[in-house]
Design a binder for this molecule. Structure first.
Ligand SMILES: Nc1ncnc2c1ncn2[C@@H]1O[C@H](COP(=O)(O)OP(=O)(O)OP(=O)(O)O)[C@@H](O)[C@H]1O
Ligand SMILES: N[C@@H](CCO)C(=O)O
Length: 317
């Protein structure tokens, strides 16, 4: 690692940004599909001569030292740019609940990587931000949606993550059901088998392709709202991860089952235990909200179409 930034010194400055929650998988799109949601963490980063201070507000406890995930992402990005590590003063307003399947870790990582890239004048670019953030997160689906907003597909070419974004259907009205219980993504990935039956993989390929088309506005033959709802119900079926994870989350399993029985396209959000309902139009959102969900907070959310937003950057300090 070099000990200097451009011009021979520590890059100066401060940056403030907001970053959205994300729901990954959406049923069949395991590790590939992501949807950005209108719920935001806010992060301000100021570079200082030395030391580390973290002022974090939010319902979940976070470390106040170098283990803090935003700090780890900032450090990784300085290393990537081969710049000397600065002191840091962070202020975080955390609204995305942690360990619930709403992409809190991806949001923290994207915030750190984007903050440094913005202060440095953008040398990483979109591809570099995705690469650095995915390497920390371990998979690119939440990260892509948090960076780009909207509906994203993420994949690897060799070991290089790539992503594509579309603005999803304007009538999409996501509702998330958030339990108080946490489950780490690492734990939830531990429930997955090394191999799945070929027939299940084939079903998932068809469902994921259908979901991407249906969510990005491709018209069902008859063009009617009800038809699209039915398509989405089919398109959110999954045989790759939920059959293995849901038995470890009985309340989420029960809720997904009851929402789907009511005709509402529902799936685990990310690795759970939150559940996401992908209703189309106000009627389906209201129907989802009306399904009894004891133990869950019911949160209707807009779709975020922008991704992480740098709200202020001052490189002159
Ligand atoms: N804003 C934050 N500041 C610091 N650490 C955070 C922040 N958000 C998340 N983390 C860290 O990430 C952990 C949660 O990550 P995890 O991947 O298990 O769940 P998630 O990202 O909320 O859900 P999912 O990945 O399934 O969408 C927290 O326990 C915490 O250690
Ligand atoms: N695709 C990841 C998302 C985690 O939010 C998983 O299901 O483990």
């Amino acid at each position: 690692m070099s000990t200097t930034g451009p011009g021979g010194g520590r890059p100066p400055g401060a940056v403030r940004l907001r970053v959205p929650a994300t729901s990954a998988n959406l049923g069949p799109g395991f590790d590939a599909l992501g949807l950005a949601l209108g719920l935001y963490d806010e992060v301000s980063v100021r570079l200082t001569p030395s030391g580390l201070s973290i002022d974090a507000v939010g319902p979940d406890a976070v470390p106040a030292d170098e283990a803090h995930l935003v700090v780890r992402a900032i450090r990784a990005t300085f290393d990537e740019l081969e710049w000397a590590q600065p002191g840091l003063a962070l202020r975080c307003v955390n609204r995305i609940p942690h360990g619930r399947g709403l992409g809190s870790s991806a949001a923290a990582i994207v915030a750190g990587v984007t903050a440094v890239d913005a202060l440095a004048g953008g040398p990483l670019g979109a591809a570099g931000r995705l690469r650095v953030a995915s390497a920390i997160e371990g998979h690119p689906d939440n990260v892509a949606a948090a960076l780009l907003g909207g509906l994203t597909v993420a994949w690897y070419e060799g070991d290089v993550p790539r992503s594509l974004r579309v603005a999803p259907l304007g009538e999409l009205r996501p509702v998330v059901f958030v339990p108080s219980r946490r489950q780490s993504t690492e734990q939830a990935r531990g429930a997955l088998p090394k191999q799945v039956p070929h027939a299940d993989a084939a079903v998932n390929i068809g469902r994921a392709a259908l979901l991407a088309l249906a969510l990005s506005g491709a018209e069902p033959a008859a063009g009617a709202g009800e038809e699209r709802s039915r398509l989405l119900l089919t398109a959110t079926e999954d045989r790759m991860h939920q059959p293995y994870r849901l038995p470890t989350m009985p309340a989420s399993a029960d809720l997904v089952g009851r929402l789907r029985a009511a005709g509402i396209p529902a799936a685990l959000s990310g690795s759970g235990p939150s559940v996401v309902a992908l209703g189309v139009g106000g009627g389906q959102a209201a129907a989802a909200i009306g399904v009894a969900a004891p133990g869950f907070s019911v949160v209707p959310l807009a779709v975020d179409t922008e991704g992480v937003r740098v709200e202020a950057v001052d490189s002159s300090e």
